[in-house]
Design a binder for this molecule. Structure first.
Ligand SMILES: [Zn+2]
Length: 312
């Protein structure tokens, strides 16, 4: 019996490295809390459509394996640029960056901050047109990319610990910790600000994320060293396969080491998402949105779980 079981483990083992941005739950929480943070009259509009913004918070991830050119919008490899010059010398403007590093290079190493800045422009236009469908779609996606920019492991080429023998750390930090502990987090009430210099702000968020990468990796190594090997993983059955994943005990050990980092990054993401929506609305001249409208008809999106992708 034991022999059979170990054979099964060998044949069917699958170390879950389900790489996606934050977890499903975190993205939804971030968009939802951003809606709640908005001042009137924008609050009224977003609250009316909060279900849409929550349900579409992970559309960008669902597109990743279907739409060419989508994957690079979710990350940036700051370490690549830092090799050449201090990080704060990166061109924050898309056109200048392409001219300096070549478009292929920029796309290859990820464009999340450029993507956010680009979407701010589109969202502002959508507000000017008072196009509710566009406003909602862009708001949901922008919320997603901003959230990704707040995840330390979305700002390094060692995004899944593959360069430091810490495979699986990506989902450990951004999915498993929040899933285990999100219900204990306080409700985030954020202040919302008009953002004067958008590229500066989003790059600041990226730089903050990047400055935490070493701690994210160091703490995991530390937690592994201090947890007996037989307590680090647990095996569960799923669809006829045996899956090896970090044990709840180990996740807790790691979370204690990273402390408030996960919830603080989430909090900063919420503040920036709400501030971005608010800023686009102000820049569009504070249009009066037709609040008598019903929530837009939900077009059901096929629930496609992103496969483990090549990058992030
Ligand atoms: Zn993502």
């Amino acid at each position: 019996m034991m022999k059979k079981l170990s054979l099964l483990i060998v044949l069917g083992i699958c170390v879950m490295g389900n790489i996606r941005s934050w977890g499903f739950l975190s993205h939804r929480t971030i968009n939802q809390n951003a809606c709640l943070a908005l001042p009137q009259p924008l609050f009224k509009f977003y609250k009316l459509h909060v279900d849409y913004l929550v349900n579409h918070a992970t559309d960008a991830d669902s597109r990743r394996n279907m739409v060419e050119g989508e994957a690079c919008k979710h990350f940036i490899d700051c370490d690549y640029y830092e090799k050449a010059a201090p990080l704060d010398t990166i061109c924050k403007d898309w056109k200048l960056a392409v001219a300096k590093y070549s478009e292929d290079t920029v796309l290859k190493h990820g464009i999340v901050p450029y993507q956010c800045a680009k979407m701010m422009y589109w969202l502002t236009k959508a507000f000017e047109e008072k196009n509710v469908e566009k406003i909602l779609k862009l708001s949901a996606d922008l919320g997603h990319y901003i959230a990704d920019a707040h995840v330390p492991l979305h700002t390094t080429s060692n995004y899944n610990g593959q360069k430091t023998n810490q495979h699986g750390i990506h989902s450990l930090w951004e999915t498993k910790i929040p899933e285990h502990h999100l219900s204990n987090y306080p409700i985030f009430i954020s202040e919302v600000n008009f953002i004067r210099n958008y590229p500066d702000s989003i790059w600041k968020a990226v730089e903050e994320s990047y400055s935490l990468v070493n701690k994210v990796l160091f703490d995991e190594r530390n937690a592994k060293e201090q947890t007996p090997e037989n307590l680090q993983y647990q095996f569960t059955q799923k669809g006829g396969r045996i899956i090896k994943q970090e044990s709840a005990f180990f996740i807790k050990q790691y979370e204690e080491k990273v402390g408030l980092m996960v919830q603080n990054r989430m909090k900063s993401a919420i503040r920036m998402v709400a501030s971005s929506w608010y800023t686009a609305w102000i820049l569009a001249g504070e249009p009066d949105l037709n609040l008598k409208q019903n929530p837009i008809n939900e077009i059901p999106v096929p629930a496609i779980e992103p496969e483990e992708s090549h990058h992030h």
